[in-house]
Design a protein around this ligand. Structure first.
Ligand SMILES: [Fe+2]
Length: 430
């Protein structure tokens, strides 16, 4: 079903969805009515999100007593390791695929955390390595909305509200509190996750750009209702305040036969993003490439911006066309989905990541600087490139894994070594 944040309605069996009211005295098919609230009841109308589910059993039947479990690679903020230095410009080669049987839960590897999960601000950036489907196992995060960015392999998310199949160059958004199971369609799978502790991702305001371009609402797709009526001993895992808990039930909890509302999972094809840029000289701030923004409460200061650098035309005249040198109050974590990134032609490869933390300088390496400074400025198509950025207002702290286990490039900061002093006090181009 197309649209971003629409009020959807869908039923997997005819007549399962009540018409004209939410909570009839008796629901058709003997279903139970249940509301999932994604915002406080009293959130302003334009932000208020909730979904009514008509399900075989109410969710109270999908949990029992909880036992704490350990998923030691999945960290939550605050996670400040005293032995790790997060101050620095960092870059990683792809975290290698694993031969081990890893699910969405056991294969999650936290790279950075920011903010505080308990006060619902900030985020975590993860890499996932998945080789195995979850079987009779389900998960939801009470802590966070999950933005999934596949880089390799294909996954299926069987959610309470329907099924999402996902491949590289697509993203999925799984709302806080929504139960799902992750299956491998084609593995091994690797990708990135932005775990958003704060307010939900929204489309950015386009301002003077107007009503079109960037991410268009119709390109977001929400699944139709799909349910399982299956009895099997099943494990439900819940992430809550940074800790993981399991509970056991005797059936599949994916039992929503019909639903209506505007709090739902969705997917988006990044190839439908319509980039906007300068058509005469210079280029705008990278915020021009914002796909989604999660507000912080301070206007214009995002908890997280999800930004996309995709193939596009470069046409600016008399302009240094790659990203300029930069120091930023926000913290920029980038990942390469596929191809070559224009500011760093080498070393930042698909599956790789980089981190330019709060107020740390970064910019083109020497070959990129020299190349762009001397290029014949014809219109140029940047092709075979797709990278993204999770940009947050909070400093990002490296996990122990990111600092010591993941393939950190020790020589990354050397990429600026070749930049020479050209100034000699005399005017003219150097
Ligand atoms: Fe930057």
């Amino acid at each position: 079903m197309p649209g971003f944040g629409n009020d959807f309605e869908t039923e997997a069996l005819p007549g399962a969805l009540p018409q004209g009211q939410n909570s009839p005295q008796k629901c058709n098919y003997g279903l139970y009515a249940e509301q999932l609230s994604g915002t406080p009841f009293t959130a302003p109308r334009g932000q208020n999100e909730r979904t009514w589910c008509y399900r075989i059993r109410p969710s109270v039947k999908h949990t029992g007593r909880f036992e704490k479990i350990d998923l030691s690679y999945w960290k939550s903020a605050p996670n400040v390791d005293p032995d790790v230095i997060s101050l620095g410009q960092y870059r990683w080669d792809p975290v290698p695929h694993s031969d081990a049987p890893l699910t969405f839960l056991t294969g999650m590897r936290t790279m950075t955390t920011a903010g505080d999960v308990n006060t619902q601000v900030g985020m975590a950036a993860h890499v996932y390595l998945i080789t195995q489907s979850m079987q009779d196992e389900y998960f939801y995060s009470a802590d966070s909305e999950l933005l999934i960015v596949p880089q390799d392999g294909r996954l299926r998310f069987a959610t309470e509200l329907g099924i999402i199949d996902l491949e590289p160059q697509e993203i999925a958004i799984l709302p806080r509190g929504m139960l799902f199971r992750v299956e491998v369609l084609e593995g091994p799978c690797r990708g990135f996750v932005c775990e958003n502790y704060g307010a939900k991702f929204d489309l950015p305001s386009r301002g003077p750009i107007g009503a079109n371009c960037l991410a268009n609402p119709r390109d977001f797709k929400t699944p139709v209702a799909a349910f399982e009526d299956r009895d099997a001993r099943s494990r439900v895992v819940i992430k809550w305040c940074g800790q993981f808990h399991e509970t056991w039930i005797d059936h599949s909890p994916l039992d929503v036969v019909a639903w209506h509302g505007n709090y739902a999972a969705c997917k988006y094809d990044l190839r439908t993003f319509s980039p906007v840029g300068a058509i005469l000289f210079d280029h705008p701030d990278p915020s021009i490439f914002t796909v989604l923004t999660a507000p912080s409460g301070v206007e214009g200061t995002a908890n997280i911006d999800f930004v996309l650098f995709r193939d596009r035309w470069n046409v600016a005249e008399n302009t240094f066309r790659p990203p300029w040198y930069h120091k930023n109050i926000m913290s920029e974590l980038m990942g390469n989905i596929h191809g070559i990134y224009d500011a760093k032609p080498k070393g930042f490869v698909p599956g790789g990541m980089s981190l330019h933390n709060m107020m740390l300088p970064h910019g083109p390496d020497q070959p990129a600087f020299e190349g762009a400074s001397n290029a014949d400025l014809q219109p140029q198509k940047l092709e075979n490139t797709m990278s993204f950025m999770f940009e947050t207002r909070f400093p990002q702290h490296l996990t122990e894994l990111a600092a010591n286990e993941a393939p950190l490039q020790d020589d990354y900061i050397d990429c600026w070594d070749g930049l020479e002093k050209k100034f000699d006090g005399t005017p003219g181009e150097k």
